[in-house]
Write a protein that binds this ligand. Structure first.
Ligand code: PLP
Length: 447
């Protein structure tokens, strides 16, 4: 693996020079290859992005064809690639009530647009009082200033607090560390009730939306909400006229073994965002999906939702359309469920009783592990020990890439999320290497 070790001569990439940069030349299936000829098994699909695996020529060909026909058209214009993608999303992927589709090139800008849409919805309908967007205390929604504001990711917000409005935050249901006690049966109800308390305290007439991930992504390591959380939250949002924004940027498009994680909990969002898996890493594209009721006041007033210049790029739309076609033809959402179960069994067998693994969580091919200093007391390693980072580094040394997570306050999280085409032999290697990496990380942190 190529490491640029000489700090006096920083490599041209990345932006802030790093001695730990990995020099990747190409990729195939679930494997990345480095300049030195090493192979890295990608147990995280990059940043939980790659779902059909690397190197599918048909996607490149569809993208090339689109780009040859036309380079660029402003996002509101209709193009064949946009029409094909929107029709496929409507026909085969989205919940039927989400009929309006807006396309951006990343998760942060999509969540930002969703929040803008919520506020604009009320303004266009003549309600100028609703402007607050409630987030949750363990969450990640992106790295623009507003998405940082609504998120509960302390480490990434640190130092920028003065630039934020300090939006309200409701608790994320967290069974392992519920304020009622570890795995208290009412942990989900308590978290939902706390949301209602916050809406009432803030003044329901000032709240435009509540934004949350259905299964928390890497900030919490696949935190599962419990059976009563989402029914209660939906009821609360309806009661106070608050729009429900569901962020499926990480967990959508088959990652959890269903098309969207919302399906596990019968969530009917007013606005949903999803997209890492939309083009599976072949192109930068993420969607915001809304109901007719949400966009109707804008249409009535002749308003648009302001676009991003590269939103709905024809090449990206063609790539996404082909990736989704492959997912459908190869039944990859079902494969995510099946391989996810196989992954969970392997992780449980090797790490379920590990003295430093507090919990293994998740659904489908999205699994999170919480690593602790003491499994009995749930004491964490100090933040400076950066144990999750050590696990990732130790995994890379063994030729497997894991995705580190946690928020600083919540730590140490490691996520596993390979492409849906992962083989059983690769799953064996992922689980075995993760055990070695955790052992090595804990050993080095304890010295
Ligand atoms: N929302 C969630 C749930 C995410 O996991 C992420 C990224 O990991 C984002 C939003 C931000 O997406 P992006 O990095 O594409 O801006």
């Amino acid at each position: 693996m190529t490491i640029s070790a000489d700090a006096s001569k920083p490599a041209p990439w990345p932006f802030v020079p790093s001695p730990r940069a990995v020099d990747v030349t190409h990729a195939e299936g679930c494997t990345l290859y480095t300049k030195d000829g090493d192979a890295i098994l990608d147990a995280a699909g990059g940043a939980i992005v790659s779902n059909i695996g690397h190197g599918r020529r048909e996607v490149a060909e569809a993208t090339a064809e689109a780009m040859t026909k036309m380079t660029y058209a402003v996002p509101p214009f209709v193009t064949p690639e946009r029409t094909r993608l929107v029709e496929r999303l409507t026909r085969a992927w989205l919940p039927p009530h989400l009929t309006r589709i807006y396309l951006a090139s990343g998760g942060s800008e999509s969540v930002d647009a969703a929040a803008r849409l919520a506020v604009q919805h009320f303004r266009a309908a003549g309600d100028t009082k609703r402007w607050k967007v409630i987030g949750r205390d363990i969450s990640y929604h992106g790295t623009t200033m507003f998405t940082l504001d609504i998120a509960g990711h302390e480490a990434r917000k640190r130092g920028f607090e003065q630039l934020m409005h300090d939006m309200p935050h409701a608790p994320t249901p967290y069974a392992l560390r519920s304020p009622l006690g570890r795995h208290h049966p009412d942990f989900d109800v308590a978290a939902a009730q706390a949301l209602e308390d916050i809406i009432v305290r803030e003044g329901p007439e000032t709240v435009a939306a509540f934004v949350a991930e259905p299964i928390t992504g890497s900030s919490g390591g696949a935190l599962m909400p419990g059976p009563r959380y989402w029914p209660m939250v939906q009821e609360i949002c309806r009661k106070y006229g608050v729009l429900l924004i569901i962020d499926e940027v990480m967990v959508g498009f088959g990652r959890t073994g269903k098309r969207f994680a919302s399906e596990h909990f019968d969530i009917k969002a007013d606005i949903m965002i999803s997209g890492k898996g939309l083009a599976g890493g072949y192109a930068p594209i993420v969607g915001v999906y809304a109901t007719e009721e949400v966009t109707a006041p804008l249409a009535d007033k002749g308003q648009a939702l302001m676009f991003y210049t590269y939103g709905a790029h024809p090449g990206a739309c063609a790539a996404a359309d082909k990736v989704l076609q492959i997912m459908e033809e190869e039944d990859l959402v079902a494969r995510s469920a099946e391989k996810g179960k196989a992954l969970a069994e392997r992780l449980e067998a090797l790490l379920g009783q590990h003295p430093h693994v507090a919990e293994i969580r998740g659904e489908g091919l999205f699994r999170g592990l919480e690593i602790v200093k003491d499994r009995e007391t749930l004491e964490c390693f100090p933040e400076e020990a950066a144990v999750a980072g050590r696990v990732v580094a130790a995994g890379l040394k063994q030729g497997v890439f894991f995705y580190g997570g946690g928020t600083g306050t919540v730590r140490d999280i490691v996520c596993v999320g390979p492409a849906f085409i992962v083989s059983d032999a690769e799953l064996d290697r992922i689980a075995e290497t993760l055990k070695v990496a955790i052992d090595k990380a804990v050993e080095s942190a304890s010295k």
